[in-house]
Design a protein around this ligand. Structure first.
Ligand code: 7TS
Length: 407
C-alpha cells in the first residue's frame, strides 16, 4: 500500500476528533474531507444567492458554482451532456423521480423487473408504480451468494418489460452485477435499464455511455461528498419525453392562468431552490478523487478487502455471506456469528470503538431470499487502516465469550 495513509486521514477532521473510532460503515455514508466541508462553507460565506434566478453578479456566481458541479458530475460518470445530469437529494429521490415520471408511460399489462437483492430504495418505488399503473412486478432471482446470472435476468424480462432495475453493487454483499449485459438484454425487448449506482459510483469508475444504461442514480454522501445532494443521469431522449416530477419555481418556461410549459433539461426536473452548497461540496468530492487518484483508492480498497476477508474467515463461529472470493465483495462483508444477534454484536463492537452496521440493511427481500433475519456488515473505504480491520477482528473474537459462551 503505497499511499501515505496518515496524510490522507489528516484530511478528515472526524478522524482527528475521534482517533479511537474505527469507522467501518462506509456503505451507509462516508466521512468528509476538509475540502468538501470548506467548499460548502465557502459557498455560503462568499457566493450565496439564489442560483439560476438573479441577474446580478452574485447570483450568477452561485449559478456558475452550481453548474460547474453539474459538469464535474457529467465528467465523473462520462455522460455525453450536462443536460443529462439532474441534481436530486440522493439516490432514493432519483429513483422516485424515474418511477413517478417515466412511470406515467406505463399501463396495465406492462412489466417491471427488479432484482431480489435491491436496496428498498430501488424496490419500493417500483412496487408502488406497479400498484398505481397496474403493471406487474417481476423479480429477478439471485443465487445463494447473491449473484444474478444472465439466465436469471432473462427469466424475468420479456416482451412486456418496460423497466428493468438492478444495482451495480449490492449494499449487503458487495457482489457486482454485469449491468452492461443486463442493459443490452433489456434493450432487446425495448425496455429501459435503471442502474442503481449508490454503491458502485463511489468505488469504481462508472461510465454510463460504455455501460449503455438508460438511467443511473447515486448519492453524494457515499462518495465523500455532503448529505442532501445526489444525481440522476438519464439519456436525453428519455428525459425529454418524461413529464416533470415536481412542479413549481425554476422548472417552468412560461406560465399562464391555464397552464405552463416546462424549462429545458435538466431544469425541468429541478423544481424550487436548489442545493447549491451541496453541489459545491460534491464537486469538491470529485476533485478529491482526482487529487488522490481513483486507481490508487481502488487498489487500496482491494488490499484492505483481502485482509478483512482473510481475518473474518478465521474467526470461529462466523459465517461470511456471499461469494467465496475476497475481491468479489468489493469491501462489503456481511456475516453472522452463531448464537449472537447482530444487534448485540454491534453494541459490543461499539463499546470497543468499532462502527459497523447490523440489521437488514434496507434489503429485506434479500434477507428473506438468503434465509437470515439480519446480518452484521462491515464496509470499507480506502481511508481505513489495517489496524482498524485488526481491531474489528479482535473485537469480534471476544463477542461470544462476552455473551456467555464458553468459547
Ligand atoms: N441503493 C443502494 C444500493 C444503497 O446502498 C443505498 C443506501 C441507496 C440506494 C439509497 O441511498 P440514499 O443515499 O438515497 O439513502 N444504502 C445504505 C446502506 O447500505 N446503509 O445505509 C444506507
Amino acid at each position: 500500500m503505497s499511499m501515505d495513509i496518515r496524510k490522507i486521514r489528516e484530511q478528515f477532521p472526524l478522524f482527528s476528533a475521534r482517533p479511537d473510532t474505527a469507522y467501518l460503515d462506509n456503505a451507509a455514508t462516508t466521512q468528509k474531507p476538509f475540502s468538501v466541508i470548506e467548499a460548502e462553507k465557502a459557498y455560503y460565506e462568499e457566493s450565496n444567492a439564489n442560483p439560476l434566478r438573479g441577474l446580478y453578479q452574485l447570483s450568477q456566481k452561485a449559478t456558475d458554482i452550481y453548474e460547474s458541479a453539474r459538469e464535474a458530475v457529467r465528467d465523473f460518470i462520462h455522460a455525453g451532456s450536462t443536460e443529462e445530469i439532474v441534481f436530486t437529494r440522493n439516490a432514493t429521490e432519483s429513483l422516485n423521480l424515474i418511477a413517478y415520471s417515466y412511470g406515467t408511460l406505463l399501463k396495465e399489462g406492462d412489466e417491471i423487473a427488479v432484482s431480489v437483492t435491491e436496496h428498498h430504495s430501488n424496490l419500493i418505488p417500483w412496487q408502488q408504480l406497479a400498484k398505481r399503473s397496474g403493471a406487474r412486478l417481476r423479480y429477478i432471482e439471485c443465487d445463494d451468494a447473491g449473484s444474478i446470472s444472465e439466465e436469471a435476468f432473462r427469466a424475468a424480462v420479456g416482451e412486456r418489460t418496460r423497466i428493468a432495475a438492478v444495482t451495480q453493487l449490492s449494499n449487503v454483499l458487495g457482489s457486482e452485477n454485469d449491468v452492461a449485459l443486463f442493459a443490452k438484454i433489456a434493450h432487446e425487448y425495448g425496455a429501459v435499464f435503471v442502474c442503481d449506482g449508490a454503491q458502485s459510483v463511489p468505488h469504481m469508475p462508472v461510465e454510463v455511455q460504455a455501460l449503455d444504461v438508460d438511467f443511473l442514480v447515486f448519492s453524494g454522501h457515499k462518495m465523500y461528498g455532503p448529505m442532501g445532494i445526489g444525481a440522476l443521469y438519464g439519456k436525453k431522449a428519455l428525459l425529454n419525453k418524461m413529464p416533470p416530477f415536481l412542479f413549481g419555481g425554476e422548472m417552468i418556461e412560461y406560465v399562464s392562468r391555464e397552464g405552463a410549459t416546462w424549462a429545458e433539461l435538466p431544469h425541468k426536473f429541478e423544481a424550487g431552490t436548489v442545493n447549491a452548497a451541496g453541489a459545491a461540496g460534491l464537486k469538491a468530492a470529485i476533485d478529491f478523487y482526482k487529487a488522490v487518484g481513483f486507481e490508487e483508492m481502488m487498489k487500496r480498497e482491494q488490499a484492505l478487502g483481502r485482509l478483512a476477508y482473510d481475518m473474518l474467515r478465521m474467526i470461529p463461529h462466523l459465517t461470511l455471506i456471499g461469494q467465496e472470493e475476497a475481491d468479489a465483495h468489493h469491501g462489503i462483508f456481511s456475516f453472522t456469528l452463531e448464537g449472537v444477534h447482530p444487534h448485540d454484536i454491534s453494541e459490543i463492537l461499539s463499546s470497543d470503538g468499532v462502527c459497523i452496521r447490523a440489521g437488514h440493511h434496507c434489503a429485506q427481500v434479500l434477507m428473506q431470499r438468503l434465509k437470515v433475519n439480519s446480518t452484521v456488515r462491515a464496509s470499507l473505504s480506502f481511508y481505513n487502516t489495517e489496524e482498524e480491520i485488526r481491531k474489528l477482528a479482535e473485537s469480534l473474537r471476544t463477542v461470544r465469550r462476552r455473551m456467555g459462551y464458553a468459547e
